[in-house]
Design a protein around this ligand. Structure first.
Ligand code: NAD
Ligand code: ZN
Length: 337
């Protein structure tokens, strides 16, 4: 199936289909000169399927991991584009997870003030969330995604078949972002997590459809798009405090969401889903440390932060909480109201 993200002249198609990576020419002009960028742990089999369909492409690999969303790697990729004499008419295809998409997208946004960017996400996290919306960025030390741009892709190709090579931990990690999307906007998507078998293509489609609508309403995050930050205020702080060796991004968001689900029955449902997905529930945290990162979050104001709360599946409220209120919320722990 295909959806269009309607953003005026920045509109683009998203294809969601098993086997879609075998016919990328449906949405990508494969005669163009193309740099295919992937980290070195994206399985060769997927990268080769894409490369083999392109007439004039070369493949650039970089070391896998969040650490590659850095200035050094950003510069190295730009240099390789220049060495290959890429011009403004040429294009980049990212094939990989959120790290590959965020880094390659920012390279595309920057090289010669911006060249065409196509995204072929290959992790659950990138297929349900990060590949759509045009946020591209690198980190600066412990400041996540602090240097970046809004650079919409020209097309996104989502093929659920490529997820077969992913570990179950990575699958479950990515599913958290889809559950998040359901909790704020789509009760049917939450129900899908309670079905006997998890229907990944359907979960991906519903999640991307919500993301598409939110991005269409608020491309540059002036308002509504903030709701996608549900679970992320505390989640990002946990991520910064521990580093990604302990918890993955989605796992941190899972822990962060529990603090702001304000209905006992819904929280019980969510906790059962966490059991099923083998997700962590409570970080062994120091509140001072988490407060330090919350205060330094780029989404925080001087003394407060806007948090997203969920009272029933599919509907959110936004609330400004002072740092003192956040601290006392942390002190009560995720299970207390
Ligand atoms: P990731 O990109 O690091 O991928 C996880 C691992 O899986 C990597 O080692 C990768 O090589 C490997 N991999 C990728 N595809 C595979 C496949 N099909 N089979 C086997 N292994 C595969 O991590 P992620 O969870 O996809 O993305 C996390 C990043 O996404 C973070 O940097 C986060 O900031 C970013 N993010 C961005 C947005 C956005 O809107 N731009 C939204 C959410 C998250
Ligand atoms: Zn996230």
């Amino acid at each position: 199936m295909q959806m269009i993200v309607h953003l005026g002249e920045n509109s683009y198609p998203i294809t969601i289909e098993e086997g879609a990576i075998h016919h990328i020419q449906d949405t990508i002009d494969t005669h163009r000169k193309i740099a295919i960028i992937a980290d070195d742990k994206v399985p060769d089999q997927w990268v080769n399927i894409v490369a083999d369909q392109c007439e004039n492409a070369f493949v650039l690999r970089f070391p896998a991991g969040e650490g590659s969303k850095c200035f050094t790697q950003f510069e190295a990729l730009l240099e390789q584009l220049a060495d290959q004499e890429m011009t403004r008419k040429d294009a980049i295809i990212a094939i990989g997870g959120g790290v590959t998409g965020d880094l390659s997208g920012f390279v595309a946004a920057s090289y010669m003030r911006g060249i065409d960017f196509y995204n072929i996400p290959t992790t659950v996290l990138s297929q349900v969330d990060s590949s759509v919306g045009g946020k591209v960025a690198i980190d600066m030390g412990s400041y996540k995604n602090i240097v970046g741009a809004f650079w919409q892709p020209k097309a996104v190709i989502i093929d659920p078949d490529v997820l077969t090579t992913l570990s179950s931990r990575q699958v479950n990690n990515g599913l958290v972002e889809a559950l998040k999307t359901g909790l704020i906007q789509d009760p049917v998507l939450v129900d899908l997590f309670e079905k006997e078998t998890l229907d990944l293509p359907q979960i991906i489609t519903r999640s991307i459809d919500v993301k598409r609508k939110v991005v269409e309403a608020d491309e540059k995050e002036a308002g509504l798009r903030k709701i996608l930050n549900f679970g992320h205020t505390i989640g990002h702080a946990i991520e910064s405090a521990y580093g990604l060796d302990t918890y993955l991004h989605g796992e941190c968001v899972a822990m962060g969401m529990l603090f702001f689900i304000e209905d006992k029955a819904l929280k019980d449902r969510v906790l059962k889903i966490y059991d099923r997905l083998d997700l962590p529930k409570v970080p062994d945290y120091s509140i001072d440390q988490l407060m330090h990162y919350i205060a330094h979050d780029k989404k925080s104001n001087r003394n407060s932060v806007t948090v997203v709360k969920v009272k029933s599946a599919g509907s959110y409220i936004l609330e400004d909480l002072s740092f003192d209120q956040i601290r006392s919320r942390l002190e009560r722990g995720p299970y207390e109201e």
